[in-house]
Design a protein around this ligand. Structure first.
Ligand code: ADP
Ligand code: MG
Length: 350
């Protein structure tokens, strides 16, 4: 999707991906099949391009740091580094003006500290791996004492224990910052199912104008204070008129896929404009949008969906289909949440 926008803006793209049939290669002008920690391959990518960007968090930051002295990486390595470790990520958020839920770092296999932390926070609490977690993978909810044995596998690696927040809802904000300006997309409400994003709803239904403005203001300042440039997606929990930083990603975000149909410009285009040094456009919501993720098990349901201009289907072209794997998304335009639920009951089998 970044390549498609880059082309529209008059540039070319080279993509590095470990999988020979990565969907991103379909729109790439050049491709390199190599692992993300292949120093030689990453250097080759840097040599054949004018600038480097990333849209995956777990690229070894130290390799990019080596490249940074010789090649241009407009987003820098810092936002990537800060987002790769949940402990660092949350400390950084707190140090730069954003509140988080309470958390404590737990060393590998340190069941004693885990117990003490639970005594402090109470049940339920969530144990999360510090690195490499996504879509609810790498976390366990501890609801009661008898759940403790379930943490054994996870606690082979460094973790954090988080106090469970009984939030009203979750939302996310996507910002793009250039030297001249910071733009943002409308805040989406996010609904997760089994730890995986299911729906993003825009406009965010219960968000007051005052809180909306406060979030945008604080998160823009956060980017400035951290010295981040480029795109940043921030996931938040909302409780009453309070909000808490959960996590961030310095790349286009699943909860921003609604912008492809719902906004005057989308997250991939504004990232591309930033990378190419072009002026950013202030995004406007043109139509209320509900984005639904399509997982492996949902693909059949697509055949039955009515075809009309208010249902925009995006498939990613992933060759292997698996249950719970994100295969694409649908943007439902101008549909009330109530009507969405009717569609869901009628057309979706899962
Ligand atoms: P990832 O998206 O990387 O899997 P998250 O930290 O975003 O990890 O957690 C996934 C989901 O689990 C969140 O979107 C939220 O629904 C729930 N969750 C995570 N942390 C908490 C918490 N402290 N309190 C309540 N729910 C949480
Ligand atoms: Mg998340």
């Amino acid at each position: 999707m970044i390549s498609q926008e880059v082309h529209r803006l008059g540039a070319f793209s080279s993509i590095l991906d470990p999988s020979a049939n990565a969907p991103a290669f379909k729109d790439a002008d050049r491709k390199i099949v190599a692992s993300f920690n292949d120093r030689v391959a990453l250097r080759k990518l840097a040599q054949e391009t004018n600038l480097l960007s990333y849209e995956f968090e777990n690229i070894p930051a130290e390799i990019l740091q080596e490249l940074e002295s010789d090649y241009e990486i407009p987003q820098g390595v810092q936002p990537l580094l800060d987002s790769q470790d949940r402990l660092r990520e949350k400390e950084n958020a707190r140090n730069n003006g954003l509140k988080t839920t309470e958390y404590i770092a737990i060393e590998p296999n340190d069941q004693e500290s885990l117990r003490q932390a639970i005594d402090k926070f109470g049940y339920p609490a969530i144990l999360k791996t510090r690195t490499l977690g996504y879509d609810g993978h790498g976390q366990v909810i501890i609801k009661k004492e008898s759940d403790l044995p379930k943490t054994k596998d996870l606690l082979q690696v460094p973790c954090i224990l988080e106090k469970f927040l009984n939030f009203d809802y979750e939302c996310s904000l996507i910002l793009v910052r250039s030297v001249q300006t910071t733009i943002h997309f409308p805040i989406a409400q996010n609904i997760h199912k089994d730890g995986i994003l299911d729906l993003s709803i825009v406009p965010c239904p219960h968000l007051s104008e005052a809180l909306n403005n406060r979030i945008i203001n604080d998160c823009s300042k956060f980017m400035e204070r951290c010295g981040y440039y480029g795109i940043l997606a921030i996931e938040l929990f909302v409780k009453g008129e309070d909000y808490y930083f959960n996590e961030m990603a310095p790349r286009p975000h699943n909860s921003g896929h609604y912008t492809m149909d719902g906004c005057s410009t989308n997250q991939f285009r504004e990232l591309s404009r930033f990378l190419l040094g072009q002026e950013l456009e202030t995004p406007k919501l043109i139509v209320p949008t509900i984005m639904k993720n399509i997982l492996g098990e949902d693909l059949e349901s697509l055949n039955d969906l009515p075809k009309n201009e208010n249902i925009s289907i995006h498939l990613y072209g992933k060759e292997e289909r698996r249950p719970k794997r994100k295969m694409g998304h649908i943007n439902f335009l101008n549909l009330t949440l109530e009507d969405y639920h009717k569609y869901y009951a009628k057309y979706f089998k899962n």
